[in-house]
Ligand binder design. Sequence first.
Ligand SMILES: NC(=O)c1ccc[n+]([C@@H]2O[C@H](COP(=O)([O-])OP(=O)(O)OC[C@H]3O[C@@H](n4cnc5c(N)ncnc54)[C@H](OP(=O)(O)O)[C@@H]3O)[C@@H](O)[C@H]2O)c1
Length: 266
Amino acid sequence: MKIGFIGSGAMGEALVKGLIDSGRYSPEDICCSDILKTRCGFLSTTYGVSAHRDNIKVVESSDIIILAVKPDKVREVVLEVKGIIDKTKLLVSIAAGVSTNAIETWLDKDVPVIRVVPNTPCVIGKGISAIAPGKYSTELHQEKAQDIFACVGDTVRVSESLMDAVTGVSGSGPAYIYLVIEAMIDAAVTVGLPRTAAADLVLKTVIGSAEMVLQTGQHPAVLKAQVVSPGGTTAAGLNELESGKLRALFTGAVKAAVQRAGELGE
Ligand SMILES: NC(=O)c1ccc[n+]([C@@H]2O[C@H](COP(=O)([O-])OP(=O)(O)OC[C@H]3O[C@@H](n4cnc5c(N)ncnc54)[C@H](OP(=O)(O)O)[C@@H]3O)[C@@H](O)[C@H]2O)c1
């Protein structure tokens, strides 16, 4: 399988790196394009892939084309390549908010399209990508897409109607967690811990807690209850978080991001 990238910025590069690092794809299997010549030079020097400014060339030389430009550029790119793309290829879009239906309408032919919402931890192979099929894509197409994104983390399949929700949860999610981490480190410094120790304590607590949920399969509320002793320190801390309406804030943040994802696709 030859994989092509149109738009080779942050996410495009993360995928190129992941595909090569996985050992399942070699640089000869990958072809990239980007509007910036310097970006193309960087990609070919760093990863040994072929990279140039010609989007048409990418489509011609690839079996699977990953569309990794910003959402507002997707229509322009699809219209540019529609003349040379056909149903023997698979088009995978990672653009936030842009539906497979919109892409299929712009293509105006039965090309299989798949929409994927990855997240930035893909850069270190710890991403989570949600995959949804368009109306011309088969089970085999979904497996091919899953195979690619499995090189940079885990994958889940969802129906497309849930993709804006996924964007608001796991697409934007790393930023929410970074904010929580930053706030906890600052709080640790406020109570007297040196910043390096504070960062270590907070980060290992976040990783350890996530691993506990994953490995035990227990509901977070059950694990939380195990930390809380009656009248103890954790109960006092949790009471502050609940008084500050932490749950409502998270619900509001996710809803706002989901709404914005919908607007981007309009
Ligand atoms: N980053 C995330 O967390 C994340 C998560 C999920 C999905 N996504 C989606 O992934 C896509 C890419 O995001 P990103 O963060 O990688 O963006 P990015 O870093 O801006 O990368 C997009 C690249 O495409 C280039 N480009 C623009 N127009 C082009 C054209 N006509 N032909 C070829 N290349 C073109 C851009 O060049 P210029 O910079 O010169 O315009 C840029 O280098 C977006 O649609 C985003 O919604 C991102």
